[in-house]
Design a protein around this ligand. Structure first.
Ligand code: NAD
Length: 413
């Protein structure tokens, strides 16, 4: 729906300043959808340069190029990393009450950024908290960026591995395909399976959720069966829940043989909002052949492998453990295109009956708002900050049962 009843709302896109960030929060491909909905866009000069989108590609689609102050002097600011992930960012002084800020915040890992934005009076939406539901899928930055990361993780592994991925039959003999083991078959894991298969590797995968088996097999990989009670039949909001220490220990024990037989292990296991479970111990890494490679996608959440150091490659007896960070930033053109589309869809939620309404009536907005009216409004973030919980909203009262209540359709037929 387009805005018809209000003056045009302006969206600002500042240049990302976080170290190593190459993406931009809106790509030119997302602009037509936003402008048709009734928004104008101001992009800070050069904001898209590192993502492969020069200013002219934005102006060609109706955006205006301005200064950083102009990008922040808008109604809605969109960022890949809100405040560049820095609670002492100079940009905080550019925010004002009632302004809307949308982007990735890592609200549980960096609650102090939420607190700092709340203090400005701006309303902050953390896109990581968009629920994993069918309706919200088109706004889910974790999914869109994890798909890119899973692909790039395999290319990183293939580059580091002193072997080929595919089977090769030549006059000089036959080369066996690489064996790749993917731990965690969520969005990143499934993208890693598909990419490894395309490169010709033999792929095995494991996930604590039994439901993942079908997806793993449909991509041509073998699901590794571990006789382990995981209790993950129904995770919360599309996510797994944390295993007990005992279950993790058992998992390590049962997985050691598969890890030892693999040329490449790609770990993507996560439980939303928690530090990553340590699944591969140093001992298990030592069991792999020298030259093997581990790509730890969970490096920034503490890592799925004991020796992982985020942003570094650690050598354990000739096995390289690569703690990758910001892989989407290594493919900024498409990562920004997907991120921008997620943002555009989220902005679309704020157009209600032809008016701009950043209120939080919508379920997706309700779950993702973390700061509003000068306060931190998400209880998990409040807990992380040591603040008192806010009272949870009352569940809607059940409709009164009366004699003249309408007869349910099924019963009427
Ligand atoms: P996801 O929630 O879709 O998938 C995670 C999977 O891990 C789930 O299927 C879950 O069931 C599984 N899991 C949880 N505990 C497990 C355990 N003990 N053993 C096996 N499987 C387990 O998450 P995602 O979006 O695919 O992201 C995966 C990881 O990759 C996260 O840590 C995320 O932060 C990270 N990531 C990293 C980058 C990067 O550039 N480094 C980019 C995107 C995502």
């Amino acid at each position: 729906m387009a805005m018809t009843d209000t003056p045009r709302i302006v969206v600002g896109v500042p240049r990302e300043h976080r170290a190593g960030e190459t993406r931009v929060a809106l790509s030119p491909t997302a602009l037509p959808q936003i402008t048709q909905a009734g928004f104008d866009v101001v992009i800070e000069a050069g904001a898209g340069d590192r993502a492969g989108y020069p200013d002219a590609t934005f102006t060609a689609r109706g955006a205006r190029v301005g200064t950083r102050d102009e990008a922040f002097g808008t109604d809605v600011v969109v960022q890949v990393n809100v405040m560049d992930a820095d609670a002492s960012s100079a940009d905080l002084s550019r925010l004002r009450p009632g302004q809307v800020v949308i982007g990735a915040v890592a609200p549980f890992a960096r609650p102090e950024v939420v607190k700092a934005v709340a203090a400005t009076g701006a309303t902050l939406f953390a896109l990581e908290l968009v629920p994993r539901t069918t309706r919200a899928q088109s706004m889910d930055i974790l999914s869109s960026q994890a798909a890119v990361a899973g692909y790039k993780a395999v290319l990183t592994a293939a580059n580091a591995l002193p072997k080929m991925f595919p089977l090769l039959t030549t006059a000089a003999g036959t080369i066996a395909p690489a064996k790749v083991f993917i731990v965690g078959a969520g969005v990143a894991g499934l993208a890693a399976i598909a990419t490894s298969r395309r490169l010709g590797a033999l792929v095995e995968a494991y996930d604590v959720r039994p439901a993942a088996r079908e997806e793993v097999e449909s991509l041509g990989a073998r699901f590794v069966e571990l006789p382990l009670e995981t209790g993950q039949e129904a995770g919360s909001g599309g996510y797994a829940t944390q295993l007990s220490e005992e279950a993790i220990r058992k998992q390590q024990e049962l997985m050691a043989t598969t890890v030892a037989a693999s040329d490449v292990v790609i770990t993507t296991a996560q439980v939303q909002g928690s530090t990553a479970p340590v699944i591969i111990t140093t001992e298990m890494v030592r069991g792999m052949a020298p030259g093997s490679v581990i790509i730890d996608l969970a490096a920034e959440q503490g890592g799925n492998c004991e020796p992982t150091v985020a942003g570094e490659t650690v050598d354990v007896d000739g096995v390289r453990v690569i703690g990758v960070v910001n892989l989407p930033g290594a493919i900024p053109v498409h990562a920004s295109q997907l991120f921008g589309k997620n943002v555009a869809n989220f902005l679309g939620l704020m157009v209600v009956d032809g008016r701009f309404d950043p209120g939080v009536d919508d379920a997706v907005m309700k779950e993702s708002v973390v700061a509003s009216g000068g306060d931190v409004v998400n209880n998990r973030v409040r807990e992380a900050l040591g603040l008192e919980r806010l009272p949870e909203p009352e569940p809607p009262a059940p409709a009164p049962v009366t004699d003249d209540a309408p007869v349910p359709e099924e019963a009427a037929t």
